[in-house]
Design a protein. Structure first.
Length: 277
């Protein structure tokens, strides 16, 4: 990936989402500091990130014999939607499934909502066709509906389920102008360059992977990967360039996920005394 380090708050989100959510979403601050130290994050940076996540409503303080934090119930649907995006989008959408079309109009006096809509639709995989008109593969329709309701933005948007593109231009050429393919390809190339060597090295190690080592690889890898399905709309294969490099990146991610997820979960259990599901 890029040379910029992963933010502590992003790594913490990954730990909660991957290991803690199914078991109540709670961890003591002491155990979290221990885990994050293995990712080279200092305790003060952990506490600062926790403070920011608390202000955003992602985490809530809760004492269970020790001081700790749990995921706010309000963000569980967000993490669930993230799982669908991160894992279900490993395969391109099917052209036969059609499209989700979002049309919105926001008064100038409420332009902050316009920015929020654009940002959220982009992160759901929508491409901008024209002013106030956005398109995505049909499989994101329900997540879009839930997001708009959750954020109180539904009054500005009309959502449509569209079956086909009827006319009048070459659709593969058109979609390449609605989404920034070169930027997406660059991100996938960075991921593959960073993690294909890790996948190869672990493959040579065979089945005997130290749990702590697995955790040290898995959390940054998953954190880096989490960004990519939100940049990539998961368009049908028929509409993508012949050299679309997401395929290679997905294969690297799948290999590492299969090898590292289980031992990483075991490691978190060993640190937390069984808090991870």
């Amino acid at each position: 990936m890029s040379d910029s380090p992963l933010r502590p708050s992003s790594l913490i989100n990954t730990v909660y989402g991957a290991f803690l959510r199914g078991g109540g979403g709670w961890i003591s601050i002491a155990d979290l500091i221990t885990l994050m130290a293995e990712l080279d994050v200092e305790s003060q940076a952990v506490r600062s990130a926790i403070s920011r996540l608390k202000k955003k409503g992602v985490l809530e303080p809760e004492r269970r014999g020790a001081t700790g934090y749990r995921l706010s119930p309000a963000v569980h649907p967000v993490f669930d939607a993230g799982d669908r995006r991160i894992f279900a989008s490993l395969e391109p959408a099917d052209l036969a499934d059609g499209w989700a079309l979002a049309v919105f109009s926001v008064p100038e006096s409420e332009r902050s909502h316009r920015y929020q809509l654009r940002t959220r639709l982009t992160w759901l995989g929508f491409g901008n066709i024209a002013s106030g008109v956005w398109l995505a593969p049909g499989r994101v329709l329900e997540d879009a509906r839930a997001m708009l309701l959750r954020l109180g933005l539904s009054e500005y948007v009309h959502l449509f389920a569209a079956a086909d593109y009827a006319a009048f231009s070459d659709l593969p050429g058109a979609v390449s102008s609605w989404w920034d393919f070169p930027a997406i390809q660059e991100q996938y190339a960075d991921f593959t360059d960073a993690y294909a060597p890790v996948a190869g090295r672990l493959a040579r190690q065979g089945c005997h992977i130290d749990r702590a080592e697995a955790f040290r690889h898995y959390v940054p890898m998953l954190t880096a990967w989490r960004r990519l399905p939100y940049l990539d709309p998961g368009l049908p294969a028929e509409l993508l360039p012949a050299d679309w490099n997401a395929v290679a990146a997905r294969q690297v991610f799948q290999r590492l996920h299969e090898v590292l997820a289980g031992p990483s979960r075991d490691h978190v259990r060993s640190v937390t005394g069984g808090a991870a599901p």
